[in-house]
Design a protein around this ligand. Structure first.
Ligand code: SF4
Length: 537
Protein backbone atom coordinates (compact mmCIF):
# COMPACT_ATOMS: atom_id res chain seq x y z
CA UNK A 1 0.00 0.00 0.00
CA UNK A 2 1.29 3.48 -0.89
CA UNK A 3 0.16 6.20 1.50
CA UNK A 4 0.59 9.89 0.87
CA UNK A 5 0.53 11.89 4.11
CA UNK A 6 -0.52 15.49 3.57
CA UNK A 7 -0.38 18.47 5.89
CA UNK A 8 -2.68 21.17 4.43
CA UNK A 9 -1.69 24.78 4.17
CA UNK A 10 -1.92 27.06 7.20
CA UNK A 11 -3.33 30.50 6.44
CA UNK A 12 -1.52 33.61 7.55
CA UNK A 13 -2.23 34.12 11.25
CA UNK A 14 -0.43 35.43 14.30
CA UNK A 15 0.85 31.89 14.85
CA UNK A 16 2.18 31.33 11.33
CA UNK A 17 5.11 33.76 11.73
CA UNK A 18 5.07 34.01 7.95
CA UNK A 19 6.57 37.53 7.93
CA UNK A 20 9.38 36.46 10.28
CA UNK A 21 10.39 33.18 8.65
CA UNK A 22 12.15 34.79 5.63
CA UNK A 23 14.69 36.32 8.04
CA UNK A 24 15.86 32.84 8.98
CA UNK A 25 15.23 31.38 5.50
CA UNK A 26 12.70 28.86 6.75
CA UNK A 27 9.42 27.89 5.12
CA UNK A 28 7.38 26.92 8.14
CA UNK A 29 7.49 27.27 11.91
CA UNK A 30 6.69 23.71 12.98
CA UNK A 31 6.48 20.28 11.38
CA UNK A 32 3.28 18.16 11.25
CA UNK A 33 3.92 16.10 14.39
CA UNK A 34 0.58 14.26 14.18
CA UNK A 35 1.32 12.97 10.68
CA UNK A 36 4.81 11.73 11.49
CA UNK A 37 3.39 10.03 14.59
CA UNK A 38 0.79 8.25 12.45
CA UNK A 39 3.55 7.39 9.97
CA UNK A 40 5.44 5.61 12.74
CA UNK A 41 2.41 3.41 13.45
CA UNK A 42 1.67 2.37 9.88
CA UNK A 43 2.86 -1.07 8.71
CA UNK A 44 6.51 -1.26 7.71
CA UNK A 45 5.42 -2.78 4.40
CA UNK A 46 3.61 0.43 3.42
CA UNK A 47 5.42 2.96 1.24
CA UNK A 48 5.10 6.42 2.73
CA UNK A 49 5.51 9.88 1.29
CA UNK A 50 4.98 13.06 3.30
CA UNK A 51 4.01 16.37 1.70
CA UNK A 52 3.65 19.45 3.85
CA UNK A 53 1.92 22.10 1.77
CA UNK A 54 3.48 24.74 3.97
CA UNK A 55 6.84 23.65 2.64
CA UNK A 56 6.29 22.34 -0.88
CA UNK A 57 3.53 22.00 -3.47
CA UNK A 58 1.52 18.84 -4.05
CA UNK A 59 1.25 17.57 -7.60
CA UNK A 60 -1.62 15.58 -9.11
CA UNK A 61 0.96 12.92 -9.96
CA UNK A 62 1.82 12.46 -6.26
CA UNK A 63 -1.86 12.02 -5.44
CA UNK A 64 -2.41 9.60 -8.31
CA UNK A 65 0.60 7.51 -7.29
CA UNK A 66 -0.97 6.88 -3.87
CA UNK A 67 -3.45 4.21 -2.87
CA UNK A 68 -4.64 6.39 -0.05
CA UNK A 69 -4.14 10.06 0.93
CA UNK A 70 -4.08 10.65 4.68
CA UNK A 71 -4.67 14.21 5.86
CA UNK A 72 -4.58 15.96 9.16
CA UNK A 73 -5.86 19.47 9.80
CA UNK A 74 -6.70 22.09 12.36
CA UNK A 75 -9.74 24.33 11.99
CA UNK A 76 -7.62 27.13 10.58
CA UNK A 77 -6.47 24.85 7.74
CA UNK A 78 -9.97 24.09 6.48
CA UNK A 79 -9.77 25.81 3.06
CA UNK A 80 -6.70 23.80 2.15
CA UNK A 81 -8.17 20.60 3.66
CA UNK A 82 -11.18 20.84 1.35
CA UNK A 83 -9.01 21.73 -1.60
CA UNK A 84 -6.92 18.56 -1.14
CA UNK A 85 -10.01 16.43 -0.55
CA UNK A 86 -11.60 17.77 -3.75
CA UNK A 87 -8.45 16.94 -5.70
CA UNK A 88 -8.48 13.39 -4.32
CA UNK A 89 -12.12 13.00 -5.41
CA UNK A 90 -11.38 14.38 -8.86
CA UNK A 91 -8.41 12.06 -9.30
CA UNK A 92 -10.24 9.05 -7.90
CA UNK A 93 -7.91 8.49 -4.95
CA UNK A 94 -9.23 7.42 -1.55
CA UNK A 95 -8.86 10.01 1.25
CA UNK A 96 -8.81 9.76 5.04
CA UNK A 97 -8.82 12.71 7.39
CA UNK A 98 -8.13 12.91 11.10
CA UNK A 99 -6.95 15.58 13.51
CA UNK A 100 -8.67 18.45 15.36
CA UNK A 101 -10.82 19.65 12.45
CA UNK A 102 -12.20 16.17 11.72
CA UNK A 103 -12.76 15.60 15.42
CA UNK A 104 -14.56 18.89 16.02
CA UNK A 105 -16.64 19.20 12.87
CA UNK A 106 -16.85 15.80 11.11
CA UNK A 107 -20.20 16.80 9.59
CA UNK A 108 -18.37 19.31 7.40
CA UNK A 109 -16.27 16.59 5.80
CA UNK A 110 -18.65 15.08 3.28
CA UNK A 111 -15.84 15.32 0.74
CA UNK A 112 -13.62 12.84 2.62
CA UNK A 113 -13.95 9.08 2.08
CA UNK A 114 -13.06 8.15 5.66
CA UNK A 115 -13.03 10.21 8.83
CA UNK A 116 -11.15 9.54 12.04
CA UNK A 117 -12.81 11.20 15.02
CA UNK A 118 -10.65 11.57 18.10
CA UNK A 119 -7.23 10.16 18.80
CA UNK A 120 -6.11 7.62 16.25
CA UNK A 121 -3.71 5.30 18.12
CA UNK A 122 -6.19 2.72 19.38
CA UNK A 123 -8.10 2.40 16.13
CA UNK A 124 -5.32 2.59 13.57
CA UNK A 125 -4.80 -1.18 13.40
CA UNK A 126 -8.48 -1.69 12.52
CA UNK A 127 -8.36 1.09 9.94
CA UNK A 128 -5.22 -0.38 8.35
CA UNK A 129 -6.71 -3.88 8.27
CA UNK A 130 -9.94 -2.58 6.73
CA UNK A 131 -8.06 -0.57 4.12
CA UNK A 132 -5.94 -3.54 3.17
CA UNK A 133 -9.02 -5.75 2.92
CA UNK A 134 -10.89 -3.13 0.89
CA UNK A 135 -13.72 -2.81 3.43
CA UNK A 136 -12.91 0.48 5.22
CA UNK A 137 -15.92 2.18 6.79
CA UNK A 138 -16.83 5.83 6.61
CA UNK A 139 -16.22 6.86 10.23
CA UNK A 140 -13.71 5.58 12.78
CA UNK A 141 -14.40 6.92 16.23
CA UNK A 142 -12.03 6.85 19.17
CA UNK A 143 -13.06 4.49 21.97
CA UNK A 144 -10.82 4.62 25.00
CA UNK A 145 -8.23 7.34 25.24
CA UNK A 146 -4.94 5.93 23.98
CA UNK A 147 -2.16 5.05 26.35
CA UNK A 148 0.72 7.32 25.31
CA UNK A 149 3.25 5.06 26.97
CA UNK A 150 2.90 2.83 23.90
CA UNK A 151 3.34 5.63 21.36
CA UNK A 152 6.22 5.09 18.92
CA UNK A 153 8.94 7.61 18.15
CA UNK A 154 7.56 9.89 15.40
CA UNK A 155 9.18 9.50 11.96
CA UNK A 156 11.32 12.65 12.11
CA UNK A 157 13.32 11.12 9.27
CA UNK A 158 10.42 11.82 6.87
CA UNK A 159 10.73 15.58 7.39
CA UNK A 160 12.72 18.06 5.40
CA UNK A 161 14.07 19.42 8.67
CA UNK A 162 15.83 22.33 6.99
CA UNK A 163 12.45 23.77 6.04
CA UNK A 164 11.27 24.17 9.64
CA UNK A 165 12.34 26.82 12.09
CA UNK A 166 11.52 24.68 15.14
CA UNK A 167 10.94 20.98 15.81
CA UNK A 168 8.15 19.59 17.93
CA UNK A 169 7.63 16.77 20.38
CA UNK A 170 4.84 15.71 22.69
CA UNK A 171 5.14 14.52 26.27
CA UNK A 172 1.52 14.65 27.40
CA UNK A 173 -2.05 15.16 26.27
CA UNK A 174 -4.88 16.61 28.31
CA UNK A 175 -5.16 19.21 31.03
CA UNK A 176 -6.48 18.96 34.59
CA UNK A 177 -8.23 22.33 34.40
CA UNK A 178 -11.62 23.05 32.87
CA UNK A 179 -11.69 26.47 31.26
CA UNK A 180 -15.11 26.99 29.74
CA UNK A 181 -13.86 28.05 26.31
CA UNK A 182 -11.15 25.42 25.84
CA UNK A 183 -11.59 22.35 23.65
CA UNK A 184 -8.56 20.52 25.04
CA UNK A 185 -10.57 18.78 27.74
CA UNK A 186 -13.21 17.65 25.23
CA UNK A 187 -10.55 16.30 22.89
CA UNK A 188 -7.95 14.92 25.28
CA UNK A 189 -9.56 14.71 28.71
CA UNK A 190 -8.79 16.11 32.16
CA UNK A 191 -6.42 13.39 33.24
CA UNK A 192 -3.11 14.14 31.54
CA UNK A 193 -1.69 11.07 29.82
CA UNK A 194 2.05 11.04 29.37
CA UNK A 195 4.82 9.26 27.59
CA UNK A 196 7.57 7.76 29.72
CA UNK A 197 10.85 9.58 30.21
CA UNK A 198 12.51 6.85 28.14
CA UNK A 199 10.19 7.59 25.22
CA UNK A 200 10.86 11.32 25.40
CA UNK A 201 14.59 10.76 25.52
CA UNK A 202 14.35 8.49 22.46
CA UNK A 203 12.41 11.21 20.62
CA UNK A 204 14.94 13.87 21.54
CA UNK A 205 17.72 11.59 20.35
CA UNK A 206 15.85 11.05 17.11
CA UNK A 207 15.56 14.83 16.61
CA UNK A 208 19.25 15.27 17.38
CA UNK A 209 20.13 12.63 14.78
CA UNK A 210 18.37 14.61 12.06
CA UNK A 211 21.05 17.27 12.60
CA UNK A 212 18.47 19.85 13.67
CA UNK A 213 19.77 22.70 15.88
CA UNK A 214 17.50 25.18 17.60
CA UNK A 215 14.23 25.26 19.51
CA UNK A 216 12.02 22.25 20.13
CA UNK A 217 8.39 22.90 21.04
CA UNK A 218 6.85 20.50 23.56
CA UNK A 219 3.35 20.73 22.11
CA UNK A 220 1.61 19.59 25.31
CA UNK A 221 -1.69 21.23 26.14
CA UNK A 222 -0.32 21.92 29.59
CA UNK A 223 3.21 20.65 30.16
CA UNK A 224 2.82 20.77 33.94
CA UNK A 225 -0.54 18.96 33.94
CA UNK A 226 1.10 16.09 35.84
CA UNK A 227 3.83 17.73 37.90
CA UNK A 228 5.07 14.51 39.45
CA UNK A 229 5.92 12.99 36.09
CA UNK A 230 7.34 16.24 34.74
CA UNK A 231 9.67 16.30 37.75
CA UNK A 232 10.89 12.83 36.82
CA UNK A 233 11.45 13.82 33.21
CA UNK A 234 13.27 17.13 33.57
CA UNK A 235 16.52 15.93 35.24
CA UNK A 236 16.90 13.31 32.52
CA UNK A 237 16.60 15.93 29.82
CA UNK A 238 19.15 18.09 31.66
CA UNK A 239 21.62 15.16 31.87
CA UNK A 240 21.07 14.24 28.25
CA UNK A 241 21.70 17.79 27.09
CA UNK A 242 24.90 17.91 29.10
CA UNK A 243 26.16 14.54 27.89
CA UNK A 244 25.32 14.96 24.22
CA UNK A 245 25.90 18.71 24.06
CA UNK A 246 22.79 18.72 21.86
CA UNK A 247 22.28 22.25 20.49
CA UNK A 248 18.62 22.19 21.46
CA UNK A 249 16.53 24.37 23.73
CA UNK A 250 12.86 23.95 24.52
CA UNK A 251 9.61 25.82 24.98
CA UNK A 252 6.13 24.67 25.80
CA UNK A 253 2.65 25.62 27.02
CA UNK A 254 1.90 25.72 30.72
CA UNK A 255 -0.68 27.07 33.11
CA UNK A 256 0.14 30.10 35.26
CA UNK A 257 0.37 28.01 38.45
CA UNK A 258 3.91 27.27 37.25
CA UNK A 259 4.81 30.66 38.71
CA UNK A 260 3.86 29.38 42.17
CA UNK A 261 6.21 26.42 41.92
CA UNK A 262 9.64 27.99 41.92
CA UNK A 263 11.43 24.64 42.12
CA UNK A 264 9.64 23.27 39.07
CA UNK A 265 10.34 26.39 37.00
CA UNK A 266 14.01 26.11 38.04
CA UNK A 267 14.10 22.49 36.94
CA UNK A 268 12.61 23.42 33.58
CA UNK A 269 15.28 26.06 33.06
CA UNK A 270 18.01 23.59 34.09
CA UNK A 271 16.67 21.15 31.49
CA UNK A 272 16.97 23.77 28.75
CA UNK A 273 13.50 25.32 28.68
CA UNK A 274 13.62 28.97 27.74
CA UNK A 275 9.96 29.95 27.39
CA UNK A 276 6.38 28.98 28.07
CA UNK A 277 3.17 30.08 26.41
CA UNK A 278 0.71 30.86 29.21
CA UNK A 279 -3.01 31.52 28.92
CA UNK A 280 -3.31 34.71 30.97
CA UNK A 281 -6.57 35.73 29.32
CA UNK A 282 -7.89 38.84 31.06
CA UNK A 283 -7.28 41.35 33.81
CA UNK A 284 -10.93 40.98 34.83
CA UNK A 285 -11.22 38.78 37.92
CA UNK A 286 -14.93 38.26 37.34
CA UNK A 287 -14.32 37.20 33.73
CA UNK A 288 -11.76 34.66 34.92
CA UNK A 289 -14.34 33.24 37.29
CA UNK A 290 -17.05 33.31 34.62
CA UNK A 291 -14.86 31.25 32.29
CA UNK A 292 -13.78 28.75 34.93
CA UNK A 293 -10.17 29.90 34.67
CA UNK A 294 -9.87 29.56 38.40
CA UNK A 295 -6.14 28.84 38.41
CA UNK A 296 -5.64 32.45 37.26
CA UNK A 297 -8.19 34.00 39.61
CA UNK A 298 -6.91 35.62 42.78
CA UNK A 299 -3.35 35.75 41.47
CA UNK A 300 -1.17 38.74 40.84
CA UNK A 301 -0.89 37.80 37.17
CA UNK A 302 1.58 40.52 36.24
CA UNK A 303 3.76 39.63 39.24
CA UNK A 304 3.56 35.94 38.28
CA UNK A 305 4.88 36.66 34.80
CA UNK A 306 7.72 38.76 36.18
CA UNK A 307 8.66 35.99 38.59
CA UNK A 308 9.02 33.52 35.72
CA UNK A 309 11.09 36.04 33.75
CA UNK A 310 13.44 36.44 36.71
CA UNK A 311 13.82 32.67 36.85
CA UNK A 312 14.92 32.62 33.23
CA UNK A 313 11.69 31.53 31.59
CA UNK A 314 10.34 33.93 29.03
CA UNK A 315 6.55 34.12 28.89
CA UNK A 316 4.40 34.37 25.79
CA UNK A 317 0.84 35.23 26.64
CA UNK A 318 -2.62 34.44 25.37
CA UNK A 319 -5.22 37.13 26.10
CA UNK A 320 -8.94 37.11 25.33
CA UNK A 321 -11.59 39.78 24.87
CA UNK A 322 -15.31 39.06 24.72
CA UNK A 323 -16.23 37.64 28.12
CA UNK A 324 -19.70 38.48 29.43
CA UNK A 325 -18.31 39.98 32.61
CA UNK A 326 -16.25 42.59 30.81
CA UNK A 327 -17.45 46.18 30.57
CA UNK A 328 -16.47 48.68 27.91
CA UNK A 329 -13.46 49.72 30.00
CA UNK A 330 -11.87 46.35 29.28
CA UNK A 331 -9.99 47.55 26.21
CA UNK A 332 -7.88 50.16 27.99
CA UNK A 333 -7.46 47.80 30.95
CA UNK A 334 -6.18 45.13 28.57
CA UNK A 335 -3.64 47.48 27.00
CA UNK A 336 -2.30 48.51 30.43
CA UNK A 337 -2.27 44.90 31.60
CA UNK A 338 -0.32 43.61 28.62
CA UNK A 339 2.19 46.47 28.81
CA UNK A 340 2.73 45.93 32.52
CA UNK A 341 3.17 42.20 32.01
CA UNK A 342 6.19 42.89 29.77
CA UNK A 343 5.12 40.15 27.34
CA UNK A 344 6.17 41.11 23.81
CA UNK A 345 4.41 38.15 22.16
CA UNK A 346 0.95 38.94 23.44
CA UNK A 347 -1.73 37.18 21.42
CA UNK A 348 -4.92 39.12 22.08
CA UNK A 349 -7.83 37.37 20.42
CA UNK A 350 -11.60 37.47 20.53
CA UNK A 351 -13.37 34.75 22.48
CA UNK A 352 -14.55 31.84 20.32
CA UNK A 353 -17.17 29.27 21.22
CA UNK A 354 -15.35 26.21 19.90
CA UNK A 355 -17.44 23.13 19.12
CA UNK A 356 -17.75 20.62 21.98
CA UNK A 357 -16.86 23.14 24.68
CA UNK A 358 -19.01 24.17 27.66
CA UNK A 359 -18.96 27.72 26.27
CA UNK A 360 -20.40 26.51 22.98
CA UNK A 361 -23.18 24.67 24.78
CA UNK A 362 -23.95 27.71 26.93
CA UNK A 363 -24.09 29.98 23.91
CA UNK A 364 -26.37 27.47 22.19
CA UNK A 365 -28.66 27.35 25.26
CA UNK A 366 -28.76 31.12 25.43
CA UNK A 367 -29.53 31.40 21.70
CA UNK A 368 -26.42 33.43 21.10
CA UNK A 369 -24.98 31.34 18.27
CA UNK A 370 -27.98 32.27 16.16
CA UNK A 371 -27.91 28.68 14.91
CA UNK A 372 -24.48 29.15 13.46
CA UNK A 373 -21.70 26.88 14.61
CA UNK A 374 -19.06 28.35 12.37
CA UNK A 375 -15.59 28.62 13.75
CA UNK A 376 -12.76 29.63 11.54
CA UNK A 377 -9.94 28.56 13.82
CA UNK A 378 -8.50 32.05 13.97
CA UNK A 379 -9.70 34.16 16.84
CA UNK A 380 -8.15 37.37 15.54
CA UNK A 381 -11.02 38.90 13.66
CA UNK A 382 -14.45 37.92 14.88
CA UNK A 383 -16.30 36.02 17.55
CA UNK A 384 -18.80 33.36 16.54
CA UNK A 385 -21.46 34.32 19.08
CA UNK A 386 -23.24 37.44 20.25
CA UNK A 387 -21.17 39.19 22.86
CA UNK A 388 -22.69 41.16 25.74
CA UNK A 389 -20.98 44.28 24.52
CA UNK A 390 -22.59 45.42 21.31
CA UNK A 391 -20.74 44.46 18.11
CA UNK A 392 -19.64 47.98 17.32
CA UNK A 393 -18.14 48.55 20.76
CA UNK A 394 -16.47 45.15 20.59
CA UNK A 395 -14.87 45.66 17.21
CA UNK A 396 -13.87 49.28 17.82
CA UNK A 397 -12.38 48.28 21.17
CA UNK A 398 -10.52 45.32 19.72
CA UNK A 399 -9.13 47.49 16.95
CA UNK A 400 -7.98 50.02 19.52
CA UNK A 401 -6.21 47.26 21.51
CA UNK A 402 -4.37 45.90 18.48
CA UNK A 403 -3.43 49.35 17.19
CA UNK A 404 -1.98 50.17 20.57
CA UNK A 405 -0.17 46.94 21.37
CA UNK A 406 1.26 46.53 17.91
CA UNK A 407 2.25 50.07 17.31
CA UNK A 408 6.01 49.59 16.79
CA UNK A 409 7.07 51.93 19.58
CA UNK A 410 4.74 50.24 22.08
CA UNK A 411 5.89 46.79 21.00
CA UNK A 412 9.57 47.69 21.43
CA UNK A 413 8.81 49.32 24.77
CA UNK A 414 7.37 45.96 25.87
CA UNK A 415 10.52 44.23 24.65
CA UNK A 416 12.63 46.60 26.73
CA UNK A 417 10.57 45.87 29.85
CA UNK A 418 10.89 42.18 29.12
CA UNK A 419 14.67 42.36 28.72
CA UNK A 420 14.98 44.36 31.94
CA UNK A 421 13.16 41.67 33.90
CA UNK A 422 14.42 38.52 32.18
CA UNK A 423 17.45 36.93 33.81
CA UNK A 424 18.92 34.34 31.45
CA UNK A 425 20.23 31.14 32.88
CA UNK A 426 23.54 29.60 31.82
CA UNK A 427 21.99 26.16 31.77
CA UNK A 428 19.44 26.97 29.09
CA UNK A 429 21.97 28.46 26.70
CA UNK A 430 22.94 26.94 23.40
CA UNK A 431 25.02 28.11 20.49
CA UNK A 432 23.26 30.19 17.87
CA UNK A 433 22.40 28.45 14.62
CA UNK A 434 23.58 29.77 11.27
CA UNK A 435 19.97 30.60 10.42
CA UNK A 436 19.66 32.66 13.60
CA UNK A 437 22.93 34.51 12.98
CA UNK A 438 22.05 35.31 9.38
CA UNK A 439 18.54 36.26 10.55
CA UNK A 440 20.07 38.73 13.00
CA UNK A 441 22.12 40.25 10.20
CA UNK A 442 19.04 40.56 7.95
CA UNK A 443 17.17 42.15 10.83
CA UNK A 444 19.82 44.84 11.31
CA UNK A 445 19.88 45.61 7.60
CA UNK A 446 16.21 45.11 6.75
CA UNK A 447 14.42 46.38 9.82
CA UNK A 448 17.08 48.93 10.71
CA UNK A 449 17.36 50.50 7.28
CA UNK A 450 14.25 50.00 5.23
CA UNK A 451 11.31 49.13 7.47
CA UNK A 452 8.55 51.66 8.05
CA UNK A 453 9.30 51.54 11.77
CA UNK A 454 13.10 51.85 11.55
CA UNK A 455 13.22 54.76 14.01
CA UNK A 456 11.60 52.69 16.79
CA UNK A 457 13.75 49.72 15.84
CA UNK A 458 16.99 51.72 16.01
CA UNK A 459 16.05 53.25 19.35
CA UNK A 460 15.37 49.75 20.66
CA UNK A 461 18.70 48.35 19.44
CA UNK A 462 20.51 51.43 20.79
CA UNK A 463 18.90 50.89 24.17
CA UNK A 464 19.91 47.20 24.18
CA UNK A 465 23.51 47.99 23.26
CA UNK A 466 23.67 50.63 25.97
CA UNK A 467 21.84 48.87 28.78
CA UNK A 468 21.74 45.10 28.13
CA UNK A 469 24.34 44.29 25.46
CA UNK A 470 24.55 40.65 26.54
CA UNK A 471 20.88 40.27 25.58
CA UNK A 472 21.33 41.43 21.99
CA UNK A 473 20.63 37.96 20.59
CA UNK A 474 17.28 37.76 22.29
CA UNK A 475 16.50 41.37 21.40
CA UNK A 476 17.07 40.65 17.71
CA UNK A 477 14.84 37.57 17.93
CA UNK A 478 12.15 39.77 19.50
CA UNK A 479 12.57 42.28 16.70
CA UNK A 480 12.19 39.57 14.03
CA UNK A 481 9.07 38.10 15.62
CA UNK A 482 7.87 41.68 16.11
CA UNK A 483 8.14 42.20 12.37
CA UNK A 484 5.55 39.49 11.87
CA UNK A 485 3.29 40.71 14.66
CA UNK A 486 3.43 44.33 13.51
CA UNK A 487 3.13 43.57 9.78
CA UNK A 488 0.31 41.08 10.15
CA UNK A 489 -1.60 43.40 12.49
CA UNK A 490 -1.34 46.46 10.28
CA UNK A 491 -1.54 44.86 6.85
CA UNK A 492 -4.12 42.17 7.47
CA UNK A 493 -5.97 42.21 10.79
CA UNK A 494 -6.72 45.92 11.11
CA UNK A 495 -7.92 46.39 7.50
CA UNK A 496 -10.13 43.34 7.94
CA UNK A 497 -11.54 44.76 11.20
CA UNK A 498 -12.18 48.07 9.47
CA UNK A 499 -14.16 46.27 6.77
CA UNK A 500 -16.21 44.51 9.43
CA UNK A 501 -16.87 47.77 11.21
CA UNK A 502 -17.97 49.35 7.93
CA UNK A 503 -20.27 46.36 7.31
CA UNK A 504 -21.89 46.97 10.69
CA UNK A 505 -22.77 50.50 9.64
CA UNK A 506 -24.22 49.54 6.27
CA UNK A 507 -25.43 45.95 6.59
CA UNK A 508 -28.19 44.28 8.56
CA UNK A 509 -27.77 44.24 12.32
CA UNK A 510 -26.40 40.74 12.44
CA UNK A 511 -23.95 41.30 15.22
CA UNK A 512 -20.67 39.49 15.24
CA UNK A 513 -21.90 35.97 15.05
CA UNK A 514 -23.04 35.38 11.52
CA UNK A 515 -19.69 35.52 9.83
CA UNK A 516 -19.55 32.83 7.18
CA UNK A 517 -16.64 32.64 4.87
CA UNK A 518 -17.42 32.30 1.22
CA UNK A 519 -15.54 29.06 0.85
CA UNK A 520 -17.25 27.60 3.92
CA UNK A 521 -18.10 23.94 3.28
CA UNK A 522 -21.72 22.89 3.54
CA UNK A 523 -22.87 21.86 6.99
CA UNK A 524 -24.63 18.54 6.74
CA UNK A 525 -26.56 17.95 9.93
CA UNK A 526 -30.07 19.30 10.03
CA UNK A 527 -29.53 21.40 13.15
CA UNK A 528 -26.66 23.20 11.49
CA UNK A 529 -28.01 25.14 8.53
CA UNK A 530 -25.76 25.50 5.53
CA UNK A 531 -25.14 28.60 3.52
CA UNK A 532 -25.82 31.52 5.86
CA UNK A 533 -25.37 34.90 4.25
CA UNK A 534 -22.02 36.51 4.76
CA UNK A 535 -22.06 39.60 6.91
CA UNK A 536 -18.54 40.59 6.23
CA UNK A 537 -15.97 39.08 3.94
S1 SF4 B 1 -5.44 25.61 31.39
FE1 SF4 B 1 -5.21 25.90 29.17
S2 SF4 B 1 -5.29 23.83 28.29
FE2 SF4 B 1 -6.06 23.70 30.36
S3 SF4 B 1 -8.30 23.83 30.17
FE3 SF4 B 1 -7.51 25.91 30.58
S4 SF4 B 1 -7.16 26.84 28.55
FE4 SF4 B 1 -7.37 24.60 28.27
Amino acid sequence: MRALLVNPLFPETYWSQCHALPFVRRRCLLPPLGLITVAAMLPRSWELELVDLNVEPLSDGQIQAADVVMLTGMLAQYPSVHDVLARCRRLGVRSIIGGPYATSLPERLADADHIVIGEVEELLDDLVADLEAGRAGRVYREGDKPDLSRAPVPRYDLLRTGAYHHMSLQFSRGCPFACEFCDVVAMFGRRPRTKSSTQVMAELESIRKTGFCGDVFFVDDNFIGNKRLVRQLLPQIADWRQQTRAPLTFYTEASINLSRDEALADEMVRAGFTAAFVGIETPSESALKESGKLQNAGLDLVGSVHRLLRQGLDVWGGFILGFDEEGDDIFDRMIRFVQQSAIPYAMVGLLQAMPNTPLYRRMEREGRLQGLPVVRGDQFGCTNFLTRLDPRTMLDGYKHVLESLYSPSVYFERCIRNLEKWIPSRSSRRRYTIAELSGAFRSLIGQGKSSGYRKSYREFIRWVLTHQPSKLGKALAQAIVGHHLITYTWETVLPSLERRIADLSTGPALGLAPVVFRDEPAVLTSDRPAGRPSAST
